[in-house]
Design a protein. Structure first.
Length: 316
């Protein structure tokens, strides 16, 4: 905070110079973060820093962080969104966006059961957050956030199992909330996204891929399809595109760069392992196999063009 820096002997002129040179980044008036930390942060991390700065500046009251800001607090992906403001909601806010402070206020009542406290940050509950976002954001963003929320609720990381009973119970609660607001803005999209959401999608790129597959005319693909390897390995294939007799894999960059995912292998060894795995699956299943990455999901048309190169096209 500005006052803390000045109290440590940092002069106002030094502060301004650090901001000009990028050694400091301003989060909001009086709140800063090291420029190197800002540059290294992902979009979600940057927005969380802004939220923490806004939370520190609050003067009590009953507002909570909401919409995409609550999504960031709940560790949901902020996919293809621009976030000029931190979003708050509460009955006593004036529903005005203030560019100087970087806060957008939503003057709505937030019921006690729709409030949560995550890492000491007050925000809307996971269900309320998903409800708000899938009504107000573009379809790609909405699907990515909904899938991630379902994964939080129903994925057991220890047993590596997706609990469909838990997922459907949570979907029922979300649908019940949607049904209470038949004329609300964006409610038609919210209803569709709720029905489409599937927590077996592991990354935003997978969520958008399956959205585009449907938009291209494919049937909804199976997700994380089990396949037994040559030595009894329990492999999972991202997409079973059954109506085109094909498999699909979305390759996030982390598969070949993240040490946790490499498990001691080099990037070259990971690439070779994926190639051998793909060859085995293709040979055993006699199906076409396509891989794509984030550049190929810039639009449905781009994904369609990528799949066509592997002779994977929607049935006519």
């Amino acid at each position: 905070m500005r006052q803390e820096l000045l109290a440590r002997g940092v002069k106002e002129s030094q502060l301004k110079l650090a901001l000009r040179e990028g050694r400091l980044h301003r989060l909001r008036p009086g709140a800063f973060v090291a420029g190197s930390d800002w540059d290294a942060a992902y979009a979600e991390e940057r927005h969380l820093l802004k939220i923490l700065a806004a939370d520190a500046a609050r003067k009590g009251g009953d507002i909570v962080f909401s919409h995409l800001s609550a999504a960031a607090v709940h560790d949901l992906p902020l996919f293809r969104v621009s976030l000029p403001f931190v979003h708050t909601s509460g009955p006593r806010t004036d529903a005005v966006s203030r560019p100087k402070s970087g806060v957008a206020h939503h003057g709505v009542e937030i019921a006690p059961h729709d409030r949560d406290l995550v890492e000491q940050v007050p925000c809307t509950s996971l269900e309320r957050t998903v409800y708000d976002v899938i009504r107000s954001e573009v379809l790609e963003t909405a699907v990515a956030i909904a899938d991630a929320a379902f994964r939080q609720v129903a994925w057991d990381p220890v047993r590596r199992r997706y609990d469909e009973t838990v997922a459907e119970s949570w979907r029922a609660g979300l649908n019940e909330r949607i049904s209470r607001s038949p004329g609300a803005r964006g409610i038609r999209q919210a209803r569709w996204v709720s029905g489409f959401a599937d927590g077996r999608a592991q990354l935003p790129g997978e969520s958008v891929s399956r959205l585009y597959l449907v938009q291209l005319g494919f049937a909804a693909p199976r997700l994380q399809v089990p396949f037994v390897g040559p030595n009894g390995e329990n492999w999972r294939i991202d997409f079973g595109i059954d109506d085109a007799d094909a498999w699909g894999e979305f390759d996030g960059v982390g598969k070949y760069t993240n040490p946790d995912m490499l498990n001691g292998r080099t990037a070259a060894e990971a690439v070779l392992g994926e190639k051998q795995r793909e060859d085995w699956i293709r040979g055993r299943s006699h199906r076409k196999f396509a891989r794509w990455g984030m550049p190929h999901v810039a639009s449905a048309e781009m994904l369609g063009a990528r799949l066509a190169k592997f002779s994977i096209v929607p049935p006519r």
